[in-house]
Write a protein that binds this ligand. Structure first.
Ligand code: DOR
Ligand code: ZN
Length: 343
């Protein structure tokens, strides 16, 4: 196979940042029809005013439809969310990151306090606003002991089940699914779906951490962390399965090289390679018929959007991923890729 024509895909989870960093990466997203742009900025996008301003900045530079992942924070109120829904309509999704779990999540609500925000979830359920969940828990709420990074996703299961049972018609999406346990949970609840990042298809725990849990390769450090082979296989199987509950969200998360190397910021910048890598993964496992639905259909259907009508082209061509791209070390730096997006 030398060429693949693909219905234009959507990226249902990306970090575009602001300022120079955004300017340096945003054009890579023009290949998509829609992009969910996460609002976990240092000053979190958690009001209608901030969401409108962020959407405007993105629209001025990007050639795709931005959907803002508006953050659910300790400052969130039902009144503000009514405003967000009224002013942004289908271009606002609700993003939940538990407090302190990852980059810029200081204002997040702890899992154990989520019940105080149930009126907001009721509103989201009524208005069919997708709720995107960063499903990790870093603290045992009984012993208050810190939970190891590799176990954090499965330790969030109890909270996800509570939410899924309390709001049976809520559109709940588990972001960047990384474990067999979570794949199984999603299959079991009709109101759950899951997005999958190429990060969790390609990388494994041992290439990021040593035997003591110390980071040995900061450029492969992202959250949820890469898991072991058993989990990785389950995530690959879910992506390739043709089950419409699982679809693409890149979780491309750029940090400047220096911020990664000095401050060990979590996040992999995969916007340069994600479609090429996925194409390779689907082709090599004999599942090319499942590629287009995974990147271009299931997510749109899940969130109530029409399918994109344009077509993009991928060509069988080797190219090497640069070691640095505009001050950022890309995911898969130095690797030879087998497919290239051609305009
Ligand atoms: O690795 C990550 N980076 N995981 C997240 O959840 C956030 C992201 C970021 O914003 O850098
Ligand atoms: Zn993310």
């Amino acid at each position: 196979m030398e060429e693949i024509l693909l219905r234009q895909p959507d990226d249902w989870h990306a970090h575009l940042r602001i300022g120079n960093l955004m300017e340096n990466v945003i054009n890579l997203f023009d290949v998509y029809g829609r992009v969910v742009c996460m609002g976990n900025l240092a000053d979190p996008v958690d009001t209608a005013k901030k969401a409108l301003a962020y959407r405007k900045q993105i629209s001025a530079m990007g050639n795709f439809l931005p959907i803002i992942g508006v953050m659910l924070t300790k400052n969130s109120t039902v009144e503000e969310w009514e405003k967000i829904i009224k002013l942004l309509g289908k271009s606002a999704f609700m993003k939940y990151m538990p407090e302190g779990i990852t980059t810029n999540s200081e204002f997040g609500i702890p899992w154990t306090e989520l019940e105080n925000f149930s009126r907001i979830f009721e509103l989201a359920q009524d208005k069919k606003i997708p709720v995107l969940i960063h499903a990790e828990n870093n603290r045992n709420f009984l012993s208050s002991k810190e939970i190891a990074e590799i176990d954090r996703e499965k330790e969030a299961v109890v909270f996800i089940e509570e939410l899924a049972l309390a709001f049976p018609d809520l559109i709940i999406n588990i972001e960047h699914v990384s474990t067999r346990t979570m794949v199984g949970l999603i299959k079991n609840y009709k109101n759950l779906s899951g997005s999958i990042s190429p990060n969790h298809l390609f990388h494994c725990y041992k290439s990021v951490f040593d035997d003591h849990g110390e980071i040995i390769n900061v450029h492969k450090y992202f959250k949820p962390v890469a898991k072991n082979e058993n989990d990785r296989e389950a995530v690959i199987a879910a992506a390739l399965s043709g089950n419409p509950k699982f679809f693409f969200g890149s979780d491309s998360a750029p940090h400047l090289k220096i911020d990664k190397e000095v401050f060990k910021r979590a996040g992999a910048f995969n916007a340069l390679t994600n479609l090429a890598y996925l194409c390779e993964a689907f082709v090599e496992r004999g599942a090319i018929d499942k590629f287009e639905p995974f990147v271009s259909e299931y997510g749109a259907r899940r969130y109530g959007f029409h399918l994109n009508t344009e077509v993009i082209r991928l060509k069988r061509q080797n190219w090497e991923v640069p070691t640095v791209y505009r001050g950022i070390v890309p995911d898969l730096a130095g690797r030879e890729m087998r497919w290239r997006i051609v305009e």
